[in-house]
Design a protein around this ligand. Structure first.
Ligand code: 2HG
Ligand code: ZN
Length: 467
């Protein structure tokens, strides 16, 4: 809840920074005080909408002097509560800083303000005959600043890497209001610590990202999508190895039969295959000519003959590519009403079968009463485990029970050398478990870094790091 003190500070801020657009309207507090997580009630004191770097600097200096906690906010599509303001903070929205500042054909870079949509950057790249490969279901709403703050991944990481791999320049306002201009779009820059990378995935705890230079890549060659039905995780990995060695894969995603059930139900989609399988794969590969397609078909036939593949379908045109992708991309939204308790786990790719086998056994043992839906970026070792809330359980009890389950799932993740968050971030929701897969020495050093960049502790308090 915003207290009288919080409100007084907001009034003082309005007087100190008269040009800064501030809102305390109930619907804006509600919409901008939360992200897509459904486990915390928003309670922001106000929402600020700066429209220039100078306004961000003035705001941060005020916040530092007046101990005003700030929650940076992008498109608010996050799933870990990183952009939730639940304790009377001031939300800093970048909705008014969404311009393209520069495009360089020679450098193949685009300089953008942080509030620009991910999809707008993709479109801009396409208009210039290039490609921005960070892609995920929320790309129409998510903003580039938020993508950088969480190092967003998505479905093309297998080929192009994460958001981190796209950022060649970053302007950041530190907790003292200083402006850092990091790396400036350089390809090579061997001058010591690369501070840019500290801000990527920092979840807004070290500074506010106010400008980014993004590297674009060659446009992809025409592709085809396969949707495959498979009977076991071991066979799935065999098919992955085969396809990968014979084709140029740009994505390799998986879903279980339960995930397929929900996405079909919510979107009234027909069954994609005539066979019913426990596991499905959606994969895309470069297919510039008929020879490549014949090679793909031969490879699938071999996989089938070896008993690794039950069934499959290949797209014949752009429309079918989109249709097949819907079976994977629509899952998250199709289960959002339950709501699910989300786990965004990763292990090394080679350990995925063991991880899933043991995880399934564990879930059957400790919470057979819950429906667990698995899907994700299996080609990167990133698995999304969603535990669905039964109607009969209230949200609080469900969260408490899910926390108990997390103790077990994170212990197993740790044992297998994995991470409790692959791409969604730690935020507010996963913060109590950061130490499950980061050592105490690491966390100690992270806290020291936080003090260096944000000495007054105003940036996103309570998120990522323990207090
Ligand atoms: C995806 O891969 C997103 O679809 C969302 O990262 C994952 O809903 C989830 O758990
Ligand atoms: Zn994902």
């Amino acid at each position: 809840m915003a207290t009288n003190d919080d409100q007084q500070r907001i009034r003082k801020l309005a007087l100190t920074c008269p040009e800064l657009h501030l809102s305390t309207e109930a619907d804006v507090l509600q919409s901008h005080g939360q992200d897509w997580t459904r486990f915390r009630e928003p309670a922001a004191a106000a929402i600020a909408f700066p429209d220039s770097i100078r306004q961000v600097q003035d705001l941060v200096r005020f916040a530092e002097q007046n101990q005003l906690p700030l929650v940076p906010s992008g498109g608010r599509t996050g799933l870990s509560g990183g952009a939730v303001a639940a304790a009377g903070e001031l939300v800093v929205s970048f909705d008014r800083m969404r311009h393209v500042l520069e495009f360089s054909e020679i450098d193949r870079t685009v300089v953008v303000e942080p509030g620009i949509n991910t999809a707008t950057v993709q479109q801009l790249a396409a208009d210039k005959g290039l490609y921005y490969p960070v892609s995920f279901a929320a790309e129409g709403s998510s903003q580039v600043g938020g993508n950088i703050a969480t190092n967003a991944g998505g479905i093309r990481v297998l080929r192009y890497g994460l958001t981190r791999d796209r950022v060649v320049g970053l302007k950041v306002v530190t907790g003292r209001g200083e402006l850092l201009d990091l790396n400036r779009g350089l390809v090579k820059n061997a001058t010591g610590y690369d501070l840019r990378h500290l801000f990527i995935a920092s979840e807004g705890t070290l500074g506010l990202i106010v400008e980014a230079t993004l590297k674009l890549v060659d446009p992809p060659v025409p592709g085809k999508v396969l949707l495959l039905g498979i009977d076991s995780m071991d066979n799935l990995m065999r098919v992955f190895a085969q396809l990968r060695s014979r084709l140029e894969l740009s994505a390799f995603e998986f879903l279980t039969d339960r995930a397929l059930h929900h996405v079909m139900n919510a979107n009234r989609l027909p069954a994609p295959l005539s066979s019913v399988c426990p596991l499905y794969v959606v994969t895309e590969f470069d297919c510039p000519d008929e020879q490549t397609e014949s090679r793909a078909m031969a490879c699938l036939e071999e996989c089938s003959a070896k008993g690794w593949l039950v069934d499959g379908v290949i797209s014949q045109n752009q429309r079918q590519m989109k249709e097949l992708w819907r079976y994977r991309e629509g899952i998250s939204e199709s289960i959002s009403h339950f709501p699910p308790y989300k786990n965004d786990l990763s292990v090394r790719v080679s350990r995925v079968p063991e991880f899933l086998r043991r995880m399934n056994r564990l879930m059957n043992e400790i919470c057979p009463e819950f429906e667990v839906v698995w899907y994700g970026h299996i080609g990167d070792g990133n698995l999304h485990m969603n535990i669905l809330k039964p109607e009969t359980l209230d949200l609080q009890a469900f969260e408490a029970r899910s926390h108990e389950i997390s103790e077990h799932t994170y212990a197993l993740t740790r044992e297998l050398g994995g991470s409790i968050s692959a791409e969604h971030g730690i935020g507010l929701l996963k913060q109590p478990w950061l130490d499950r897969t980061r050592s105490s020495v690491e966390i100690g050093l992270m806290k020291e870094l936080k003090k260096v960049f944000d000495p007054a502790g105003i940036f996103n308090p309570g998120k990522l790091l323990p207090g």
